[in-house]
Write a protein that binds this ligand. Structure first.
Ligand code: NAP
Length: 251
């Protein structure tokens, strides 16, 4: 079950955090993995560690995205799995937020989803098959968090895009799904500070933050042949954080 042997996969933002957790699990399942990240040096290092390949990409650049796909197609002739994972989450209250803050969030998190997936779909349509896994979030579509109105909007937006994309490409053997992480201990999350990490840990019934590989495991399932009849769906991986009806669950 869930072997990805002979599959070719790209993970954007794969040089750190959740992307790296996804890349590791795809490798474990036998896929050929290309880590595509804006931090090329770190991508080279982690790729060497896990037996993956690495590429530079800024997912806000159509030229970089074209280069990423051209390179992978030159090397491997096909693309089976695209994990559109890269994202940023700087905090700003609405009162503090500038138009530039808003635009940056939308460009890196939401517009990039369209920019990366449009040529991905074109290629997968030619092949008659493909798996797209978007790293979205519980924030925005389900929860809110003060300081993350722009982030939440970008992550909810990804899910809106996903549902229509799933319909447009269902007949082509392409599935489009999203993983919704709760609070996963990554470099990006650590940057929110000790207080944030401690208060999140207290609010999670599992009493711990998630591990990047736990998002990777959900991505492996959604990328597998066995998940071929699952499309337009979300999998929440949050240690039960969304469930409590009363504080007792986390006392
Ligand atoms: P992270 O630790 O900051 O890692 C993200 C990686 O993406 C970094 O290597 C980063 O490079 C790279 N990146 C940033 N901008 C990029 C761009 N324009 N083009 C290509 N690569 C870029 O973040 P993470 O916590 O793993 O989050 C990954 C994804 O999961 C994001 O979409 C995030 O919204 C989502 N998510 C995370 C959590 C969580 O708890 N961690 C929860 C819900 C959803 P630099 O370090 O050089 O910027």
């Amino acid at each position: 079950m869930f072997s990805l042997a002979e599959k070719i996969a790209i993970v954007t933002g794969g040089a750190a955090g959740i992307g790296l957790g996804i890349a590791k699990q795809l490798r474990e399942a036998g896929a050929t993995v290309v880590i595509a990240d804006i931090n090329k040096e770190r991508a080279d290092e982690v790729a060497a560690d896990i037996g993956a390949e690495s590429l530079y990409v800024d997912v806000t650049s159509t030229a970089d995205i074209k280069n990423m796909l051209d390179t992978v197609l030159e090397r491997h002739g096909r693309l089976d799995i695209m994990c559109a994972n890269s994202g940023i989450f700087p905090q700003a209250t609405i009162a503090e937020m500038t138009e530039e803050d808003w635009d940056q969030m939308m460009n890196v998190n939401l517009k990039s989803t369209f920019l990366v997936l449009k040529p991905t779909f074109e290629q997968m349509q030619k092949q008659g098959s493909g798996r797209v896994v978007i790293t979205s979030s519980i924030t925005g579509s389900i929860t809110g968090y003060p300081g993350w109105s722009h982030y939440g909007a970008s992550k909810a937006g990804q899910q809106g895009f996903m549902r229509s994309a799933a319909l447009e490409y269902a007949k082509d053997g392409i599935t489009v799904n999203a993983v919704l992480p709760g609070n996963i201990l990554t470099e990006g999350l650590e940057a929110q500070g000790e207080e944030y990490l401690a208060s999140m840990t207290r609010s999670i019934p599992a009493r711990r933050l998630g591990k990047p590989e736990e998002i990777g495991a959900a991505a492996v399932f959604l990328a597998s042949d066995e998940a071929g009849y699952v499309t337009g769906q979300t999998i929440i991986v949050d240690g039960g954080q969304l469930l409590p009806e009363s504080p007792e669950a986390v006392l």
